[in-house]
Design a protein around this ligand. Structure first.
Ligand code: PLP
Length: 393
């Protein structure tokens, strides 16, 4: 075949990542081993039945057609209302565009702010698709690590040190995947300050905003930020709709208008019946409170089971769907730890190293199992650590 473009070839991240472990755990589970999978961020429960019924009704009612490019007006209105809640800034329908999932909103945001050869700053630990998304836009980026010792809160000094003359944007995520850290007001004010002082865009990935534990703070709501912030949102996590592929982007109206042209050439609107179901789910908040309570309960239970285990330090783990444990005092190489845990106790977790430097020495646990399974996983983890330490001694 003729040569593929450098952009498409560059999207695939090179080198090792934690997915090898995930796929191995998955294969072994399929083969009948009693593996507990705590490696992936997809819910273990189905979409709320009211949302499913709304979709079936929409299908039967003949909603099989093209939709308006930025989303059906009622869908945009429901999304704008949620953005008002999420960001604390009154949001109009013209300031949102519906997208096929949060990843698509992220892709649109990145393509909206960088040109070929521009530079961006990506705050780590980060969601695995971030580097590839910048590569797909031909942009260069610098990863700024939020240190484990700081509870994975990034600092202004570290971000500012990474700025180059062609830097156009900062990408951050709170509540954070993989660490579960919820950025403090102080952290967000620091990041906002850098954006204002250096005239940068802030791409703020807030797909876990309903799973933050307390009040959600969006940097879009800070002074002077609404005009330079694009908020990535999704119904995947908050509404239990990962497989439906529906999300949205919030930003200044002029930018949303430009993004409608991107939609023209890459998606041409959204799935009609999914949009209708999403309207019902958004307007009625189907599942939102229950899902938030479920993860809060799981987090508390798992952390209670783990706290007090010798040499394990809990970091971040305040929100989202994840818990991050520093296991470096037991085994400095977190990949070795994760593989040995899988072999000895049939528990699949992600090695922190697969999310960048700062998360090295950690393991990420996805709270995507019922409480009794999480309790059993914690028991196996405790037993593994006790045995590992005895062997090492
Ligand atoms: N952003 C973060 C931080 C995520 O963890 C995910 C999915 O896991 C996404 C964005 C994309 O979500 P989706 O495309 O399912 O809406």
């Amino acid at each position: 075949m003729p040569r593929p473009s450098a952009r498409i070839s560059g999207i695939i991240p090179s080198g090792k990542d934690g997915w090898e472990l995930h796929f191995s755990a998955w294969q072994r589970k399929e083969a009948g081993e009693p593996i507990i999978m705590l490696s992936v961020g997809d819910h273990d429960f189905d979409t709320p039945s009211e949302t499913v019924e709304a979709c079936v009704t929409a299908l039967r009612a003949g909603h099989h057609h093209y939709t308006q490019l930025p989303g059906i007006p009622r869908l945009r209105a429901a999304m704008a209302k949620l953005s008002t809640q999420c960001t604390g800034i009154e949001t109009t329908i013209d300031q949102v565009i519906a997208t096929p999932g949060g990843q698509s909103a992220l892709y649109a945001a990145v393509h909206a702010v960088v040109d070929d050869g521009d530079h961006a700053i990506v705050v780590a630990p980060y969601y695995a698709t971030y580097p590839g998304t910048f590569r797909s836009a031909g942009a260069d980026f610098t990863v700024v690590e939020a240190r484990a010792a700081d509870g994975f809160q990034p600092t202004r000094a570290a971000i500012e040190a990474a700025i180059q003359p062609n830097t156009r944007a900062i990408l951050m995520n709170t509540p954070n995947n993989p660490t579960g850290a919820v950025y403090s007001r102080e952290t967000l004010e620091a990041i906002a300050g850098v954006c204002r002082d250096h005239d940068l865009w802030l791409l703020s990935d807030e797909v876990y905003w309903t799973l933050g534990g307390g009040e959600h703070i969006s940097p879009r709501g800070l002074p002077g930020m609404a005009e330079r912030t694009l908020v990535i949102n999704s119904m995947s996590k908050s509404h239990g709709m990962t497989g439906w592929r529906i999300g949205w982007l919030t930003g200044p109206e002029e930018m949303i208008t430009l993004l409608i042209s991107l939609n023209l050439v890459n998606a041409y609107g959204l799935n009609d019946f999914v949009s209708r179901a999403a309207i019902e789910a958004l307007e009625n908040g189907y599942g939102v409170k229950e899902i938030a309570e479920l993860y809060a309960g799981r987090r508390t239970l798992f952390l209670d089971e783990i706290r007090g285990v010798n040499h394990v330090v809990v970091r971040g783990s305040e929100g989202g769907m994840y818990v991050m444990l520093d296991v470096s005092a037991i085994e400095p190489d977190c990949e070795t730890f994760a593989w040995a845990l899988l072999d000895a106790e049939q528990v699949g977790v992600m090695p922190g190293a697969s999310f960048g430097e700062a998360a090295k020495g950690h393991i990420r646990i996805a709270l995507t199992q019922p409480e009794h399974v999480l309790k059993e996983a914690a028991k196996r983890l405790r037993r593994f650590i006790a045995t590992y330490e005895r062997k090492a001694a």
